[in-house]
Design a protein around this ligand. Sequence first.
Ligand code: GDP
Ligand code: MG
Length: 763
Amino acid sequence: MFVKMRTFCYINYYRKLLKTARLHRFYSSNEGKEKNIRNIGILAHIDAGKTTTTERMLFYSGTIRSMGEVHHGNTVTDYMEQERQRGITITSAAVSFPWRDSQINLIDTPGHIDFTMEVEQSLAVLDGAVIVLDASAGVEAQTLTVWRQASGYRVPRILYLNKMDRSDASAAACARSVRDKLHAEPLLLHTDVRHEDKLIGLIDLLSLEEVIWTHGRGQNFSRRRLTEKEDGRKWESAMTAHKELVDTLSGIDDQLADTIIAQETLDIKPKELEQAIRRSTLSMKAFPLLCGSSYKNIGVQTLMDGIISYLPSPAEGHKLYRTFTNDLAARAFKVQHDDQRGVLTFLRLYSGEISKGQKIYNLGQDKSEQIGALYVALADEYKPVEKVTAGNIAVVSSLKGTMTGDLVTSTQAAATRAKTHLAKWLQEPGAKDQLMLPSARQRLQAMETEPSNEELADVLLGIGTTIPEPVFLCSIEPPSVSQQTALEAALAELQREDPSLRVTTDPDSGQMVLAGMGELHLDIIKERIIREYKIDVELGPLQIAYREALLGAARHTQLVDRKMGGNRQFCKITMSAKNVKGVPHDKILKLDKSGDSAANLSHLHPRHLSAIKQGVSTAIMHGPKLGCPVVDVQVTLHWFEIGRGTSDSVVTAGVAQCLRKVFEASESMLLEPVMSLEVVSPESHSSRVLADLARRRTIIQHIHVRHQNKVIDCLAPLSELLGYSSTLRSLSSGLATFTMEFHSYQQMSPYDEEKAIKSVTGF
Ligand code: GDP
Ligand code: MG
C-alpha cells in the first residue's frame, strides 16, 4: 500500500514537472513562440456552461487532476467564496494550460451584467473569444451584449454550442439564431451523433470523421472516417452538410474559391478548408460553430483544437502596440488581493518583456512604480518566474497605483517614443482606420473638436477609458467610529480592483455612499468587506442613481468680496450653462471667445483655470432638484476678475456658488435609468408576466416564441424593477428567467418625478 502510494506521488511529481516545463518554454523564450499562444476569453449568457466548459478544458489539458462541478462549488475558476455559494462567475481570473504544441491563456470573464466593466476590461486584452451558447436556447439576451462588446474590440470569435445532450438542442436552430440575431455568418463545423437518443459524439464536417467519446470522464475518444458503403444515410447527410460548408466558405474566402476553380473540384483537403476557416474567422467574415456537451464530457477536446486552429495568436492581433517596437507594452486587466501575496495585478503583455523587480511607467497616470514578485497564473497556483515575454499574461505584486484598464511601459521615455511613433504612423493614409477599434471610435465621436494627433494617440491606446455610470446607490456605515479608517482603506482597495464601484462622501452629512452597477454588485461588495476585511458594515436601503439635466439656460454673475484672516479675498465670476447632449467630462467647461470676454479671459492664469475647473466639477455633482449629478451640461465662463492674494479655494467655492445659482435659475428635470429587459417565460405563465410588466411602466418592444417559451424584450425604468427577481419567481412558479442591461437615462413624467422625489426625500 505504502509503495503504491509512493509510486503515485512520484508519478504526480513528474507529471507536474513535465507540465511546468512545457509552460516554461512559452514564458521565458522570446521569438517564434508567440504564434503558439492563444489569449482567449469565454463569453456567454449566464448558465450557458462557461464554468463547466473551463473546468473540463483544465482537466483534459492535464492541469487539474479532478473535475469540479458548478453545483458542488468546487470549480477552479469560480474561486471566490461568494461565487461558490451563488454558483456564478464573478471575478475574472487568468489561467494558463498547455494544449497540443500550444499554450492557451484563458481569461475568465464574469458572466453577470452587474460586472460588464470587468467584461470590457478583459475583452480589451483578448486576441480571440469562445462564445458559449446553450444549444437548446440559441442566442440569448446576454449573448447579444457580449457579442456587441466583442465587436467593439474587434475580437474574432468561435461559437461553442454546449448542452447538445439535451433533447431540445438543435445546432441548425442555433445557426439560424446566429444569422438572425447576431447578423453574422455561421459556419457549422459539427453535427451530433446520437445513440438511442443519447449524445455520444460528433461528426467533424471538415474531415467527415465521426468522433465518439467512450464512457468514463471523456479523456478517451475515437475518430473514424465515414464511408458511403458503411455509413449510408449518415454519410449522405454529413456529405450534404460538408458541401454546404464548402459552398458558404468559397463565397467568403477568395483563396479557397480560386483553389476550387483551379482544381475544378469541390473535393478540398481538410487542411485547406481549415485554413480558409481560419482566414474567415480572423477577418470576422464568418464564425465557426462547434458542438459539444461539456457536462457530459463530449466535444471539449475538439473545442480546444478549434481554439488553436481558428483563433488568432498574439502576433496576429493588436497591431496598435507595434508602436512600442521592442519596449514593454502591457495592459492591466485585473487587480486582485491575495492573502499571502498582497495586491496582484494581471498584465497582458503586447510587446517587450517584464522582469521581476523592474520599474514600470503608467501612461495614464504619468507615474512610475516598481513591481515586486513576478508570477504566471496556472490553474491552481501562481508560479514565480524571472521574466515574462510578449504575448503572455504576467501577474505582478506590489503595484500600488496601477488600476484595471491602465496601460504601462518601461519608462517615460519609452512612452514618449511610442506616442511620437504612433502620431507619425497616423499620418499614413488608412492608418487611422486600421488602428482604430470601434470602441475608440465612439469616444472620438463624443469629442466636440477635431482631436490633435496627441489626443488621438491617447484615445487609440485607450488611455483614460470610460467607466460605465453606476445606477444604484446606498449609504455605507462602519459598525463603530473606530473602524471608519479601516473601512475607508478597504473601500479604496476594492475600488482599485473594480473601477465601476464608486465611493463618495456626502459633503453635508459626511455619510459615505457606494455607487454600483446593480443590487448583486453592491451586495457582493458588502459580503467581501465583512468576510475579507472583517468589518461588520451596514448598508442603507438601495437607491436609484438619478441624474438631473437643465431645462433651460441661465447666466449669473457672482461676486465674492470679504475679509479672511486680514486679507481681502475678491473675485468676480460670470458663468452660464445650458443643456447639451453627450458632452464628454473633460469638455464641460468652455471659455467665451467673443468680444470683451475674449480679452478678459486671455489673461486667465492656468492655476486659476484649474481652480475654476474644480469648482465646476464640484457644482455638477449636485443638481438643484434632488442633489443628483447634473449631466448633458455645457458650462461657459464669460468673465473672471480676481484680487491680488485671493486664494484658489475661494475661486473654487465662488465658481461652485455661481453655478448653483445658474442651475437654480435654469431649473432641472430628473432623469432615471432605464434598463433593457428580456424575460423568458413559459407560455402558460406569460400573460401573468406581461400583466405585471404593464404595471411597471415598461415599453414592450418585441415578443417572440422560442420552444415553449415566450421571449419578451422591453424597456423598463430601473426603479420599477427593484425586487423583480422574486416577483417573477412567484408569478411563474420559478420557471421564468430575466436579464437586464443598462439602456439609457430618460426623462420622467411630472407625476413620476414627484413620486421619485418623495421616495428619496420622504416628503
Ligand atoms: P455559466 O453560468 O455559464 O458558468 O454556466 P455553468 O457552467 O455554471 O453551468 C450552468 C448549469 O448548466 C449547471 O447546472 C451545469 O451543470 C449545467 N450544464 C453545463 N453544461 C451542460 C451540458 O453540456 N449539458 C447540460 N444538460 N447541462 C449543462
Ligand atoms: Mg460560471
